[in-house]
Write a new protein. Structure first.
Length: 286
């Protein structure tokens, strides 16, 4: 295949040997223990959920695919996952925490991956609540967390992360809410996906420890530094199953559970659990 050939000649092809080599320093840190690689699979979240259900001791597993045939985003959207260009991976973790802490994992993952992207590329990558990574308002990555839990504790978390790395974005209209970009598009060069994955896992491991040790304050402070939403007038659309609820207000920050704090026109504050945020510009502001 043409793409693969180009990839191989640049040393950018993903393989299980290459990943094991690149991730060796990550595995020595102890949070992440092994990597599972698929040339092609439906969704790395599917594979991670299977491992979580079938292997009760599996913890710190990283599932990576070169392409996904049914990659998915939030609210049932599809995540376009062509081969040879991007990063699609899911980390399986078993945090010893109650389920009311679950949304903090998205905070943790967004802060960690955004920090890794900024450090590795030097680009001004920002977070848009709850799970988008943006460069100049265009989407470069997203996070889809799925989990199993009972009332007392989280059984496991499957944190799926997609990053547009070397993609030349031509994503069909209507498949993405935000215009898309990629690290290559913004930085002008091909990047090594295995190295980028290593950097993301280093940042994730470090912040996972913080979260499990109860240090959510530093994560929330980091979020506030990286956020592109706070201080803006925003519209939040809550994609409930039966109705579509819309709220407009000023995004004031996130609370200790990772929920968006919105100041409504009445002056009342409201915390939002889930939804799509649009930063209002131009005539939308009225
Ligand atoms: C979103 O922005 O709506 C979330 C996108 C998450 C995409 C990643 S790619 C790896 C993992 N596997 C999936 O099917 N989805 C996530």
């Amino acid at each position: 295949m043409k793409t693969c050939h180009t990839e191989q000649s640049k040393g950018l092809h993903l393989s299980i040997d290459g990943l094991n080599r690149e991730l060796a320093p990550v595995f020595r840190e102890g949070i992440f223990k092994r990597v599972v690689f698929y040339e092609s699979t439906t969704s790395t979240n599917d594979r991670a959920m299977e491992i979580g259900d079938q292997e009760k001791d599996a913890d710190g597993v990283v599932v990576v695919a070169d392409t996904q045939t049914r990659g998915r985003g939030r609210h049932g959207r599809s995540w376009i996952s062509p081969p040879g260009v991007n990063l699609y991976f899911t980390v399986l973790l078993r945090p010893p925490l109650p389920p009311d802490r679950a949304s903090l994992f998205i905070v943790m993952a967004a802060v960690a991956v955004t920090s890794a992207l900024r450090r590795y590329t030097g680009l001004d990558v920002r977070i848009k609540w709850p799970n988008d990574m943006l460069i100049k308002g265009r989407k470069v990555g997203g996070i889809l967390m799925e989990l199993r839990s009972d009332r007392e504790r989280i059984n496991f978390v499957a944190m799926g992360i997609g990053i547009n790395v070397n993609l030349t974005p031509d994503i069909p209209e209507g498949q993405m809410i935000l215009p898309a970009t990629s690290l290559k598009e913004e930085g002008g060069r091909d990047l090594n996906r295995a190295e980028l994955l290593r950097e993301a896992l280093i940042e994730l491991g470090y912040r996972y420890k913080l979260l499990v040790e109860g240090n959510r304050e530093s994560l929330i402070n980091e979020w506030i530094d990286l956020d592109s939403t706070i201080g803006n007038r925003v519209r939040v659309q809550n994609m409930a199953l039966t109705a579509s609820e819309v709220k407009v207000g000023i995004a004031e920050g996130i609370d200790e559970y990772g929920r968006l704090i919105l100041r409504l026109a009445s002056g009342r504050f409201e915390t939002i659990n889930a939804g799509d945020v649009t930063i209002l510009k131009g005539r939308d502001q009225n």
